[in-house]
Design a protein around this ligand. Structure first.
Ligand code: WT7
Length: 649
């Protein structure tokens, strides 16, 4: 039986950066990238130390890296403050009055905060935290809509050495409860409510529900956002704006050890309880600042928009810490992409003059589904660079993004990374790397990525295997909060001496990395191991298909059968004939082995709030089992009911 994941789709299109882009880019040629990468791999510590020197250190480190596998410490002996690096550092020059945040609420109001203003608000809130007994090392749980106060509270925590742990505002009270218990947070920062698709989300009410039998939380600080009525528990709950009357705006950033915890962010594993991923200060800031600069090619005049929520790692690293450490102007938008109409993003880009857009393939496929007429209504010529993150982008969606949003002139950086990695690890550099639709291309400076087989041996070109990282990098997770054994087992036991990503991938003849899906999702059809991403990509390549998810189900003969859940574009209707056409289409694109045994048309797929398809649930549905396990991260429960129903019919 063949052990490695096979690959059958081949992408021949190559897009080189334009002269125009390259001329001004930080890294200007592929040769430069290759040379600098080779050099950085020979001596990663030298590379990272030189990048870390761009930050403001209150005390310089003694040792760049202390590596006692699998525990790393970066910039040992050094002291710095992340909030000071994102704010104070910019106040003594022309950035002082530059926009740090341009915020737009879903109802349409706008607020701009210059670096000076943001700094002031952060100092005020840091003093509010202190006034409410928050001390260095304490965990503060943040549950907020995407308003400037979310960023302010993060930076205020960092300023006084408190550890923030953000729970995405779309999560339920159960998620808050679990995370409060696991993190030991005694203070919660929230808002009365937020806006999503024209509705108000009752954030404070969810917090109340989560705290029902809780005696651990001493203080809930409530920002006014939606002006809805909330209950205030005397002695526990206080209003942000009232507290602000008691403090001044004078709050020096305290020097913190490089390895002082900056935040905990929970991420759901495929099984078991959510993992509290712990990130620390000096390495994390060095990693996110450096990658932001090179990958988004940040320039002083850019208007940078990362559409992620602060509740995800993307929001932490590339909405807040990375870009602000570079003194960038960041757009923050509170609401849904299709509110009130499917052109909201394009309207924002046109009106704010956005130059860099960083979003997710799942959003891009939704835009494709809604139709080309929406972006066409707007002038998107301010854009110069596009990015994606979160899952493999199928070449079809890549081409759509490139043509309809990028006007054919913007490079696309397809960035591979994880909550655990803290920073982008595999990515093109926009002025240097020739792009191929569907691949995150090559490792970033200082990163030694490889594909290995089950014995840990590196595989050859176009052979599939496990994606691993062979050396430590500064923004890597330090542990799973409160669970070192799980940290070791999860990430460092699968392949000896390597960080195991959990992803399956292959490298093509040019060394480019193609992610084929999570290893746990790999199909085994009659002894052939197939990545789900390829079959899905083939399906989405058919003009009738908007989105698809492919899973295996037990099959007596083949080991596993292939079941494809398919969401059609609005112009097409499900039919037996179409199912047959799609089966053949996959057969032609990949080979008979990948032909789905069954096509199931669905109105929508079960996804997490961050847009990840919950394959675990689809597997259960495909094999006719009842749904078990954690579903708290599911975005829309009705999707599930509809899917299970159609299975019974
Ligand atoms: C997993 C990490 C990193 C922020 C968002 C998700 C998948 C992520 C890509 C990409 C192919 C990707 C991987 C990875 N993934 N980016 N560019 N190409 N796959 O963070 O929730 O921690 O998920 O997302 O499977 O392991 P996360």
């Amino acid at each position: 039986m063949k052990q490695n994941i096979e690959s059958h789709l081949e992408e021949k299109r190559v897009f080189k950066p334009s002269r125009e882009f390259t001329k001004k880019a930080h890294i200007q040629s592929f040769d430069d990238y290759k040379r600098l990468h080779a050099k950085s791999i020979k001596n990663p510590e030298k590379f990272w130390a030189s990048e870390a020197s761009n930050l403001l250190w209150q005390k310089k480190w003694k040792k760049v890296l202390d590596w006692k596998p699998p525990f790393a410490q970066w910039f040992v002996g050094g002291q710095l403050n992340a909030s000071e690096n994102c704010l104070d550092r910019h106040l003594n020059g022309p950035r002082r009055n530059k926009a740090a945040i341009i915020w737009e609420g879903e109802p349409g109001e706008r607020r701009t905060l210059t670096y000076h203003q943001l700094h002031r608000e952060v100092c005020v809130f840091a003093n509010i935290l202190k006034r409410n007994q928050v001390k260095k090392g304490d965990r503060v749980l943040i549950y907020m809509p995407l308003v400037p106060e979310a960023v302010i509270s993060m930076l205020a925590c960092a300023r006084i050495g408190a550890v923030h742990t953000i729970v995405f505002g779309g999560f339920s009270s159960d998620s808050i409860k679990d995370r409060i218990e696991d993190s030991g947070a005694k203070v919660v920062v929230t808002a009365d409510g937020g806006y999503r698709r024209g509705q108000t989300v009752t954030l404070k009410q969810n917090v109340d529900q989560a705290l029902k039998d809780n005696t651990q939380v001493k203080r809930v600080i409530v920002a006014k956002r939606a002006n809805i009525e909330v209950s205030i528990k005397e002695g526990r709950d206080v209003w942000w704006h009232r507290e602000a009357e008691y403090v001044n705006a004078d709050c020096p950033a305290i020097p913190l050890d490089s390895e002082h915890p900056l935040f905990i962010l929970y991420t759901s594993g495929s099984t078991g309880k959510p993992k509290g991923i712990l990130h620390t200060t000096g390495g994390y800031l060095t990693g996110t600042a450096t990658t932001s600069k090179y990958i988004f090619d940040l320039k002083e005049e850019d208007v940078y928009w990362c559409t992620a929520d602060v509740g995800w790692i993307t929001g932490h690293s590339y909405l807040v810490y990375g870009p602000l450490a570079n003194g960038a102007t960041c757009v923050l938008y509170e609401g849904a992409p299709n509110w009130p109409e499917p052109d909201r993003f394009w309207k924002i880009i046109e009106e704010l003059g956005v130059t860099i857009l960083y979003t997710a393939p799942t959003a891009i496929r939704a835009f494709m589904k809604w139709g080309d007429e929406w972006p066409k209504k707007h002038n998107l010529s301010s854009l110069r660079l596009l990015g994606t993150v979160g899952e493999p982008i199928n070449p079809e969606a890549w081409m759509w993004y490139h043509t309809n949003i990028g006007g054919g002139r913007c490079p696309i950086v397809d960035t591979w990374w994880q909550t655990e990695t803290g920073m982008i690890l595999i990515t093109p550099l926009p002025g240097a790397t020739p792009l191929k639709p569907g691949t995150a291309t090559l490792p970033f400076f200082g990163v030694d990525a490889a594909i290995v087989d089950d014995h840990g041996k590196e595989v050859g070109p176009n052979e599939g295997g496990k994606l691993v990282i062979r050396n430590p990098w500064p923004a890597m997770l330090r542990t799973i909060y409160g669970d070192k054994p799980r940290y070791k087992k999860q990430y460092w036991s699968e392949v000896k001496g390597c960080y195991f990503t959990g992803d399956g991938a292959r490298r093509d003849k040019d060394g480019y990395f193609w992610i084929v899906g999570r290893i746990d999702d790999v199909l085994n059809v009659a002894g052939h191991r197939l990545g789900t991403a390829e079959v899905e990509s083939a399906l989405v390549g058919h003009p009738s298909v908007a989105e698809s998810a492919v899973v295996g189900r037990p099959d007596e003969i083949k080991g596993q059968g292939v079941v494809a859940f398919v969401v059609l574009r609005e112009t097409h209707k499900p039919s037996k004939d179409l199912a047959e056409v799609l089966r053949k289409h996959v057969g032609n694109a990949i080979g008979p082995i990948a032909k789905p045994d069954e096509i199931r048309f669905a109105e929508a797929l079960p996804k997490t709030r961050s847009g990840k398809i919950m394959r675990r649930l689809l597997k259960q549905i495909a094999s006719g089992a009842t749904i078990t396990g954690d579903t708290t991260t599911l975005e829309d429960f009705s999707v599930l009911t509809r899917l299970t129903k159609s299975a019974d019919e």
